[in-house]
Design a protein around this ligand. Structure first.
Ligand code: ZN
Length: 294
């Protein structure tokens, strides 16, 4: 399928010392009622409209979200982080159900044919972070990235495997189990070093085994933060949780610690669901923070 030149084709790239990161979107930026995703109202969004609009919110108080993956290039390796929702997967929500997106073609045009990926990494195993782990071929779910090692945090796999909710079971069966069966999975500890300058750190709360990727090279620092934060409003109101958190108290503590770290160390945060440039710097704002697009 040929796509016109839309924001979906606007690849963004950042360099942090010797590490390069590229963003590839799966869905176009989409406005939602905030209550669908986070415990906040349109009124609270509009109280922060001076720095949330137009990239992160509409003038009506809807939040704008992205669904996207980040690809890290470091030490001669290519690391796919959080491979989105995926195609053909039967899901309960219409936003996610049986998608038919040219994500892989888009990835290839950004310079990353699926065969060229060396590692796949999911910050956690929710539906929108592990979908492209697999793709449907002749009625079977097969690994999308056949030459990659898939790094899963041991605790996250145990948590996801034990979740008996119908939707969670379906996600595990079509997006995780085929990777285990193919022998491509490596269960790692949450402080695993992937390559020089790129390491996992545990950031629990949204899920128990949630990890973030800390990049550090030649004095530059960046964090790919998964779902530690869903929307920039949560920088100003860190107590606001998503509707999908496993342990809200821990999620809040993790979010506060990460925002403080990013602010104090001038580390860029690259955030799974942030719209606009998706890469932000965290600045002090009253007794909390706000973000500035890179
Ligand atoms: Zn998510």
């Amino acid at each position: 399928m040929q796509e016109s030149s839309t924001i979906l084709e606007t690849f963004r790239r950042w360099a942090f010392g010797n590490v390069r990161v590229t963003r590839v979107l799966e869905l176009p930026p989409t406005p939602f009622d905030p209550a669908m995703f986070i415990q906040a109202t349109r009124r609270e969004i509009l109280e922060h409209r001076d720095w949330l609009c137009p990239s992160f919110a509409t003038e009506d108080g809807d939040i704008i979200l992205h669904f996207q993956a980040f690809i890290i290039e470091a030490g001669g390796k290519r690391i796919m982080v959080d491979p989105c929702i995926g195609n053909d997967k039967p899901r309960g929500h219409p936003l996610l159900d049986r998608l038919d997106n040219p994500f892989l073609a888009r990835l290839e045009r950004a310079g990353f044919p699926r065969e060229s990926i060396d590692f796949v990494l999911c910050t956690h195993l929710h539906v929108d972070h592990c979908g492209w782990n697999t793709m449907l071929v002749d009625g079977r779910w097969v690994p999308t990235f056949p030459n990659a090692r898939y790094l899963f945090a041991r605790e996250e796999v145990a948590y996801a495997a034990a979740d008996m909710a119908e939707e969670a079971k379906a996600i595990f069966e079509d997006s995780v189990q085929p990777i285990l069966d193919a022998g491509l999975a490596e269960l790692v500890e949450p402080d695993h070093m992937i390559v020089e300058g790129v390491r996992l750190k545990p950031t629990p709360g949204h899920t128990p085994g949630h990890c973030s990727i800390f990049i550090s090279s030649e004095g530059a620092e960046a964090i790919i933060s998964g779902d530690v934060i869903h929307h920039p409003l949560q920088a100003a109101l860190p107590h606001v949780c998503s509707n999908f958190c496993w342990d809200e108290e821990r999620a809040i503590a993790t979010r506060r610690a990460m925002l403080a770290h990013a602010c104090d160390n001038d580390a860029m945060m690259l955030v799974a669901h942030f719209a606009g440039s998706s890469g932000v710097y965290v600045r002090r704002h009253g007794d909390a923070w706000k973000v500035e697009e890179s």
